[in-house]
Design a protein around this ligand. Structure first.
Ligand SMILES: Nc1ncnc2c1ncn2[C@@H]1O[C@H](COP(=O)(O)OP(=O)(O)OP(=O)(O)O)[C@@H](O)[C@H]1O
Ligand SMILES: [Mg+2]
Length: 268
């Protein structure tokens, strides 16, 4: 396999400003096919901005992005056919039932047998029993699962999830995590953004921290853990949590910054 095929997503030198506000200052990373990649960052770090660029909703000022081998700037239609985007805020219709929402999207995509597609997805996301009920009666976790299910209609190989569990209770988060893990197990590439460190720890094959417009670190959880020496507590060796790593790198006040070079890449 060539590197181009191995990488579902390739981001090089992406910059983006909103007027004087420079949000992205040269973002680089790649995502391997079939893996889960978590983009971690504080409020306002630029996660949604980056996801919008990757999904062709926003143009970068500089840099290149290839998604499923297609250039977002020159092959936007091909990129759109390769992806789905579940935004930060749920996009389900409250008045319709869960099943009707799914059927509607399948119809809009001109797919054959929308009813069967809807029933398959309801089953996959444990929503069969709730399928006939109005979404207005769903819990937050059920809505989020339905939202993700809707984005999977048409089986896109690459899925973007922008803060899939923000605002959910612990049980609902676990349900969404399960759904995301199943997606990846079936070979879908998942790029998710999150502010939750435990979410990245639970789900991601690789974790990148976006801070002050750049990727501060990018590695597996184990690689990130090696950036900090484990603290010794009596006789028990304590592994640093991702939260320790995040706060050390980003600075507890959010201003610090061992910013600049990615320490993992720099080691290689
Ligand atoms: N359309 C816009 N016009 C001007 N500024 C914007 C626009 N969209 C985002 N910004 C600013 O760009 C910065 C990055 O925003 P973005 O939404 O990408 O952050 P985020 O990492 O997704 O944050 P959150 O975790 O709160 O969702 C913020 O300072 C935000 O105010
Ligand atoms: Mg956001």
């Amino acid at each position: 396999m060539t590197t181009q095929q191995a990488h579902a997503i390739q981001v090089r030198g992406v910059e983006k400003a909103y007027k004087e506000l420079q949000v992205l200052r040269g973002v680089d990373f790649t995502v391997t096919r079939g893996s889960i990649f978590a983009l971690l960052g504080s409020n306002g770090a630029g996660k949604t901005t980056l996801v919008k660029i990757l999904s062709t909703l926003l143009k970068a000022d500089a840099g290149t992005v290839r998604v499923n081998g297609f250039d977002v700037a020159t092959q936007a239609a091909d990129v759109r056919e390769s992806i789905s985007l579940t935004g930060q805020f749920a996009a389900v219709d409250e008045i319709l039932s869960g099943r009707e929402n799914l059927v509607l999207v399948a119809r809009l995509r001109h797919l054959k047998d929308p009813g069967r597609i809807a029933d398959d997805l309801l089953a996959r996301f444990s929503l069969t029993d709730a399928g006939a009920r109005k979404v207005a009666t769903y819990s937050g976790g059920m809505r989020r699962r339905l939202d993700i299910a809707m984005s999977l209609i048409g089986n896109p190989p690459i899925v973007f999830l922008d803060e899939p569990t923000t605002g959910l209770d612990p049980q609902a988060r676990i349900e969404v995590w399960q759904a995301v893990k199943e997606l990846a197990a079936q070979g879908t590439t998942v790029l998710l953004t999150t502010q939750y460190l435990d979410e990245a720890e639970q789900l991601a094959d690789r974790i990148a921290i976006l801070h002050e417009g750049r990727i501060l670190v990018n590695g597996t959880l184990d690689e990130l853990k090696q950036l900090l020496p484990p603290a010794k507590v009596e006789y028990v060796e304590k592994q640093p949590t991702l939260e320790d790593i995040f706060l050390t790198l980003v600075g507890a006040d959010g201003k610090n910054g061992d910013a600049g070079k990615d320490p993992i890449s720099a080691r290689k």
